[in-house]
Design a protein around this ligand. Sequence first.
Ligand code: P53
Length: 484
Amino acid sequence: MNKKIEFPKNFLWGGATAATQIEGAYNVDGKSLSVMEMIPFIKLKDRKDLSETRNLTTQDLLDSIENKKGLHYPKRYGIDFYNRYKEDIALFKEAGFKIFRMSVSWGRIFPNGDEEEPNKKGLEFYKNVFEECKKQGLELMVTINHFDMPFPIIQKYGGWKNRKVIDMYFKYAKTLIDEFSEYVKYWLPFNEINLGVLFSAMGLEGDSNKKTLQEKIAGTYQDLHNQFVAQAKFIEYAKNFDNTMVGCMVADATTYSIDCNPINVFENQQKEQMKKFFYYDVMTSGEYPSYSKRFFKENKIEIIKEISDDQLLKNNTIQFISFSYYMSSTIAKENTEMTEGNLMKMGKNPFLVATEWGWQIDPIGLRYCLNQLWDRYHLPLFISENGIGVLEELNESNTINDDYRIEYLGKHFEQMSEAIKDGVNLFGYTMWTPIDVVSAGSNEMSKRYGLIYVDYDDYHKGTGNRFKKKSYYWFKNFMETCEI
Ligand code: P53
């Protein structure tokens, strides 16, 4: 394209990852298994039967501990970042990153959740990683809990529905900020807090298959309330530290009404309220919005609170908003044609092209979303994930000419630049992902997002060696020239 676009000089550019998708080393130095590491790889015949990975029972999870069925659990191996972090961080720096977003694995720090003291070896690993980032001059954004609750907490305490887990989370989060405040400025208490509904189906709610849908939904909102409380406790504590900012992380995806039929337009508004604004509203205002009260009443959902919760939430709201943005979809009251995204179906939009996983690419939807969030909240915004997952193979020159990724990123950057001109206070962006990782939703290595190719297949076979893709060089050049 070769078009110059504008960004503020101090804009924070970088890349994002998550512990269970990169680290591996699932059973070393005292780490416990997290629920994410208990989901087996299932070869997708036509990439349409992802529901199989969602309907795990507690028994499936227990069987996985000793791997009774001889299955492959990709998130136990990641891309071996545990041993290769120095090489990877150097590559991120070389690409021109100013910030690196990563998550800490709870099970490395408090393997059972209820220990008195943190696991020294776990702290040591992250200290080494953070030191390395500091050496390379990378700012850090750390997700405290990126989908990976230690399984012992689910087994013994039943997961988030138990208020004891709030205290366990707080002890874990407090340990992190006590230990690492000098390295980490930006903290995200939970990744994509609005997707909890997916992971409660993966064991967080115990044997969720035995529950009715209504019971599952009600359980999810109770889990969520307890997460909001845990987050507020952390925000309260984080006020003791200078140069620290706590933000949210919501999976955002712009939705449009399928047409101008008022019934569909209103349906879209209601979906937006409960699927995204609800989360931002609670975390920015500390109150449950009025529309949610009606939703809970009509769906017979009763959230059990302690008296002090309301005040705690009110006094401890987030300082910035971060969100992931990959796609958009359409909404209709009655059935409409759907694309098959992993973990969720999305209404088709005839004006957009979808990836092989059914994620509809929509850069203008990002500008729309940025304006929406800025208008509504007037808080600094940060895009903590954005990118494209593709099936890729190294060519004979040991690289990949991923022009589609270059186009995807360039078009999104262009819209971000426009949004900033619209007046939106967007201060940073971490792409998903600087390096190929195991997919969160479909557990594949083959859904590749990286600027850097990693030589592992879906069964973790390969050398694990890293190869720069064409987009890596493009990104590096963009950092220097702002040319897309
Ligand atoms: P994968 C669904 C929709 C939007 C974001 O996802 C999502 C998901 C979960 O599948 O998750 C985020 O790997 C998440 C990352 C994840 C990334 O998006 O399923 O925060 O951990 O890898 C991409 O293609």
